[in-house]
Design a protein around this ligand. Structure first.
Ligand SMILES: NC(=O)c1ccc[n+]([C@@H]2O[C@H](COP(=O)([O-])OP(=O)(O)OC[C@H]3O[C@@H](n4cnc5c(N)ncnc54)[C@H](OP(=O)(O)O)[C@@H]3O)[C@@H](O)[C@H]2O)c1
Length: 357
């Protein structure tokens, strides 16, 4: 192991139980152990907040994956390396890095001053110099999911191959963490016509990211009918759903081309309900609905996950070239993580929520 200074204690947001945002306590606790083999120890400058974390905090996923208390949650990070294991060859002490840790249930997360990152298992890349730590901290889960949905698992063409295709994308929830990256990838990488669905207060925001048209779901709840009246039947290559539930899926089918894909990052259950808890019964119906939509749906149906950790270094170019930028809607100090969670679980965050450390 190489190192310049390995701390023994740190400040972190720790939880002893599942529960409301108030279970997130700012404490002094043991720092991660010194990095071994392929690990690096990162001093965190900023951490990204994702809805997955309030779902974990609530215990929403506790029937499938338990965390060991006391737990530090959080996955996305940006900072610099202060120590590394003896098998790390691609990174050096002092490197500014960003990424996301793969095991979101480890209880050794990024809402902290330090995090251990395994360079072979977790997502890690050198931070471009044209990006702040706060912007870099937003990238992790949300961008990886966006890339999975639109490019890796999607049917959309990119770059020169896309220029003459006039692809069309409908993004439901375009102003949030995933939606704001998807709008930019759709416009700047897939050269697509982007229709954004979100509330009117965020219309200018999504237009500034490149959306060609914004429909306010609060005043036009039946936006599909509105589009059909504009002769847009079977004209979309992809519907990207960042909200979940079955209603948007059922409604959107007439908009998709035969070759079009309905891609959801949430799935067929309405997870916005505060009481939602994924017990085994709900899990079975979740899986059954997905299978039904995949096998018997009128169009391709895909549920994507943020699983491309090893591809993370390939994403850096999008940010270096400014094809995609992180828009920070809200920033909180680490000690105020509970406030960040209150905002996240409102389901109306704009761009990314960031914790400064
Ligand atoms: N599958 C995966 O691996 C994966 C990874 C990351 C996230 N996710 C999930 O994906 C979802 C979105 O994540 P995110 O980070 O983008 O969340 P977010 O930042 O909270 O964004 C939520 C978005 O949804 C919009 N919205 C809320 N209610 C809506 C409605 N009824 N109709 C249309 N739009 C609505 C909001 O816009 P307005 O404020 O304008 O209403 C906002 O743009 C979360 O459930 C998250 O857990 C899944």
């Amino acid at each position: 192991m190489s190192q310049n200074r390995v701390p023994t204690s740190m400040h972190a947001i720790q939880m002893e139980n599942y529960g409301p945002p108030s279970v997130l306590e700012y404490v002094e606790t043991k720092a991660p152990e010194a990095p071994k083999k392929t690990q690096v120890l990162v001093k965190i400058a900023a951490a990204g907040v994702n809805p997955a974390e309030y779902k974990i905090r609530r215990g929403y996923l506790s029937s499938v994956a338990k965390i060991r208390f006391p737990a530090v949650i959080g996955a996305d990070y940006s900072g610099f390396i202060i120590a590394k294991g003896d098998q790390v060859t691609d990174f050096d002490i002092g490197d500014e890095v960003f990424g996301t840790i793969a095991n979101v249930f480890s209880g050794k997360g990024s809402y902290a001053e330090y995090v251990l990152v395994d360079t072979k298992l977790d997502a890690i890349a050198k931070k471009p110099s044209n990006m702040s730590h706060e912007e870099a901290a937003g990238v992790g889960i949300a961008f990886m999911t966006t890339y999975s949905a639109l490019i890796h698992g999607g049917n959309l063409k990119t770059d020169d191959a896309a220029k003459s295709l006039n692809q069309k994308i409908l993004i439901i929830g375009a102003s949030g963490g995933i939606g704001h990256y998807a709008t930019q990838i759709g416009k700047n990488v897939c050269h697509a016509h982007v229709t954004a669905i979100n509330s009117a207060k965020n219309a200018e925001f999504v237009k500034s990211l490149g959306a060609d048209r914004v429909i306010d779901y609060t005043t036009t709840p039946d936006f599909v009918q509105a589009l059909l009246q504009e002769q847009e039947k079977e004209s979309f290559d992809m519907v990207l759903d960042c909200v979940g539930g079955d209603e948007y899926y059922q409604k959107s089918i007439p908009l998709l081309k035969n070759s079009g894909v309905f891609t959801t990052v949430v799935g067929p259950l309405d997870l916005s309900s505060q009481s939602s808890h994924l017990g085994y019964g709900k899990l079975l119906s979740f899986a059954g609905r997905i299978l039904y939509n995949k096998l018997l749906g009128k169009r391709s149906y895909t549920l994507v996950f943020a699983t491309l950790h090893s591809k993370f270094p390939e994403f850096v170019g999008y940010f270096e070239r400014k094809q995609v930028v992180t828009k920070i809607g809200s920033k909180f100090e680490l000690k105020d993580a509970a406030k960040a969670h209150e905002l996240s679980e409102s389901c109306h965050a704009v761009g990314k929520i960031i914790l400064t450390v």
